[in-house]
Design a binder for this molecule. Structure first.
Ligand SMILES: Nc1ncnc2c1ncn2[C@@H]1O[C@H](COP(=O)(O)OP(=O)(O)OP(=O)(O)O)[C@@H](O)[C@H]1O
Length: 366
């Protein structure tokens, strides 16, 4: 049975007494050997929350506990260096006068001297920096410096590490490789991590669970599959990727939509907004009676799949398909839902909701 290494409970933070809360009632647990991502747009309070967990900021209210030890709470503030967590922050601070190897060895003060260099070299290898041991940070690119900071934090294998956009300075190919390496190492050594990022692909591919944050609050926590395929709110549906939004008339597990009768992921009644990911729609040649007929507006070929924009009854849909059958702009096609649609919580009226829809997305009204 898994146990929690970190418990954050109703954490709130405001910077000055009359300023609004930047972090609002945030609660979550991180389990042993779990990678937990906090995903949200710029300015939503992710870094502030992580800095409260690390001890660089005092929480205004709420608690942070590691195992049974309170790190932050009413009258309690354990300084960062006594919290026993590893940190990789955006503004990584390397010692400019030390070599790359010495910088990493510095993080291994509690390891027997004879083993420090071996462990440091191993960590550098993992982030692809073997051969750079004797350089000074000044002679490295920003991305390379970021990898040294990562190696320095990972080398002593702390139980918990906090990562604030640690891959952001790496180019796309290196980023993916480093992410996989770091994930493998965390899993292999039994470490837990909290990653803060605004990059949905990074959160979905790196983490075991993802918390989606907006305006200082967590809107949903779940596995990557849950938050992507079962978003609870319009914001989560849109922030996690492209989606089709349809206003529908629900009755139980079925709804009448512009695309015909479709199944729903849960019971609902009356007018509801539902989300259907582009990969949950498919196209058939327009001369069948498979579904409502539309016209292909354009297509984006992406190698292993194709994304189509299809106009149907005055609304636009995105359809993402692996179909071998290829359609061209102007082709008549029928659109068929392949999965149940996801009912979104109505936090706003349908009129308000349509304002949040981008040109790539559609609210189709029956
Ligand atoms: N020291 C500070 N004093 C006052 N306001 C601050 C301070 N630090 C952050 N803020 C404000 O708190 C809000 C949240 O900032 P924060 O950096 O936590 O967001 P974020 O989600 O991490 O964004 P990003 O991804 O751009 O770093 C912002 O409005 C920011 O201006």
């Amino acid at each position: 049975m898994s146990t929690e290494i970190l418990s954050v409970n109703k954490l709130s933070k405001r910077f000055t007494p009359d300023a609004p809360l930047v972090v609002r009632d945030v609660s979550f647990d991180v389990r042993d050997n779990e990678i937990f991502a906090v995903l949200g747009p710029s300015g939503c309070g992710k870094t502030t929350m992580l800095r409260c967990i690390a001890g660089f900021e005092r929480a205004s209210s709420g608690t942070v506990c590691m195992r049974d030890r309170m790190l932050e709470g009413p009258g309690v503030h354990v300084p960062p260096e006594e919290r026993g967590v590893g940190l990789v922050f955006q503004d990584y601070a390397l010692f400019p006068h030390l070599t790359v190897l010495e910088n990493v060895v510095f993080g291994l003060k509690n390891v027997p001297k004879a083993e420090r260099e071996t462990q440091a070299r191993e960590a550098l290898k993992m982030v692809g920096l073997n051969g750079f041991e004797n350089r000074t940070p000044h002679h490295l690119s920003g991305g390379q410096q970021q990898r040294v900071a990562l190696a320095r934090t990972l080398a002593p294998c702390p139980e918990l590490i906090l990562l604030d956009e640690p891959f952001s300075n790496l180019d796309a190919l290196l980023r993916e490789g480093t992410r996989q390496e770091v994930r493998g190492l965390l899993k292999e050594r039994g470490m837990s991590a909290v990653l803060v990022t605004h990059d949905q692909e990074e959160a979905l591919s790196f983490a075991d669970r993802v918390a989606v944050m907006r305006g200082g609050q967590i809107e949903q926590v779940g596995t990557p599959e849950e938050v992507y395929y079962q978003p609870r709110t319009l914001f989560v549906a849109q922030f996690l990727g492209r989606t089709n939004l349809l206003l529908s008339q629900a009755r139980g597990r079925q709804a009448q939509t512009a695309l015909g009768e479709i199944g729903l992921n849960r019971d609902a009644e009356g007018t509801v907004l539902v989300s259907l990911r582009p990969e949950h729609l498919t196209l058939e040649p327009g001369d069948t009676d498979a579904g409502p007929t539309g016209t292909v507006i354009d297509r984006a070929f992406k190698g292993h799949d194709i994304t189509y924009r299809v106009e149907c009854d005055g609304a636009e849909y995105l359809v993402h398909t692996h179909n071998r059958m290829s359609y061209q702009p102007g082709d008549h096609v029928s659109i068929r839902p392949q999965e149940s649609a996801v009912v979104l919580e109505s936090r706003s009226t349908p009129m308000d909701t349509t304002n949040g829809v981008t040109s790539e997305e559609t609210v189709a009204q029956k």
